[in-house]
Design a protein around this ligand. Structure first.
Ligand code: GLV
Ligand code: MG
Length: 349
């Protein structure tokens, strides 16, 4: 554990100072693209208008023989493509891969001033973040960057879940964490073949009827991911960083995707990955709070101007704690409405 006094000092002479607080920029959808795909690259300026974050993916889903093309494609995009206000992130290859080192050397050297966040896959413990932290500091000093590149860990191994709190607070660079259900399932030896979402076999079933044991029994599917997402949300909020749901692989099931995103949103996640343009609208809808909820939250804030005490609103008790929940809802709505005329209108700001 580093001395708390030195936690906010640069790790390398000449590197920019770490940020005290993680900036809260809208990041409801992190849209993944393959930078080696020129057709996809040509569509980026148009997609940029529909997403909060564009992420150049170098890791899984990019075949080994396209790794270098993806890296160079991202350099070209970072240098040459105007993405407006949309943030540019990347997911580099994992720390045990033959590509990680050159991914980081090349990207920070060429487009370090454009990249806001670097996603690190398969993080298992704080030691992984410490390594990345020092390496990035070295490169930021070498290339005279003026702001630190933030780090986002993917929670996708059993050991990572065990160490989730220590990962979240391993460095002031930590911006957030995404939940990676596909690798996590493999790491845990779960008997599934999916990328996120539920599973019909994971359910509870009622007792048999004594008189009619053969009668159908009520059953309900349970959430495979609840425990780990809950741990991630607590670890992230405890460390002042942002939690995200990751991928939902069944592109043909928008309802399933929406349900998974909504469960994560209600638990505290601020966004999710989009693997296909059709998931952008789902994430926008889910991670922008419902206008009716925002209107109710505003009524609570207005009814309790000093945020203390107790009162009834529409038959529901409101007190200091519900006031704070309503503050969360309204401040999120305000942040999202800024620069978005449609949301400004929906929320009546
Ligand atoms: C994401 O990377 C996952 O493994 O789910
Ligand atoms: Mg993964």
């Amino acid at each position: 554990m580093r001395n708390p006094r030195s936690f906010l000092r640069p790790l390398v002479i000449g590197a920019p100072a770490p940020l005290q607080d993680i900036p809260f920029k809208p990041s409801r959808m992190i849209h993944f693209f393959d930078p080696s795909n020129e057709k996809m690259a040509a569509k980026l300026p148009e997609i940029a208008g529909k997403t909060d974050v564009l992420l150049g993916n170098l890791e899984d889903a990019i075949p080994a023989d396209r790794k270098l093309a993806a890296r160079e494609g991202l350099v070209k995009i970072g240098r040459g493509v105007n993405l407006g206000d949309t943030a540019l992130w990347t997911r580099v290859n994992s720390l045990d891969s033959p590509w990680f080192l050159d991914d980081v050397l090349r990207l920070v050297g060429e487009i370090g001033d454009k990249l806001e966040v670097m996603m690190i896959p398969k993080v298992e413990g704080p030691w992984d973040i410490h390594f990345v932290d020092r390496l990035l500091s070295q490169l930021e000093a070498k290339h005279a960057l003026s702001r630190p590149i933030l780090v986002h860990a993917i929670l996708e191994t059993g050991l990572g879940v065990t160490n989730v709190e220590d990962i979240a607070s391993a460095s002031p660079r930590m911006q957030g964490m995404s939940f990676g259900p596909a690798d996590l399932a493999a790491s845990r030896r779960m008997k599934t073949t999916r990328v996120g979402g539920g599973h019909p076999g994971y359910r509870v079933i009622s007792d048999p009827d004594k008189e009619h044991p053969e009668a159908p029994r009520a059953a309900a599917q349970q959430d495979l991911w609840h425990y780990s997402i809950a741990r991630m949300v607590d670890a992230c909020t405890g460390a002042g960083i942002l939690p995200y749901y990751g991928p939902f692989g069944d592109i043909s099931d928008p309802l399933g995707c929406e349900a998974q995103f909504r469960a994560a949103f209600l638990m505290g996640c601020v966004g999710a990955w989009s693997l296909h343009p059709s998931q952008l609208e789902i994430a926008r809808k889910v991670f922008s709070p419902d206008p009716a909820e925002v209107a109710f939250a505003r009524r609570v804030l207005e009814a309790m101007p000093d945020g203390r005490g107790v009162l009834m609103l529409d038959g529901k008790m409101q007190d200091d704690a519900t006031f704070k929940q309503c503050q969360v809802m309204v401040s999120l709505a305000k942040a999202l409405a800024e620069g978005d005329p449609e949301l400004t209108k929906a929320y009546e700001f």
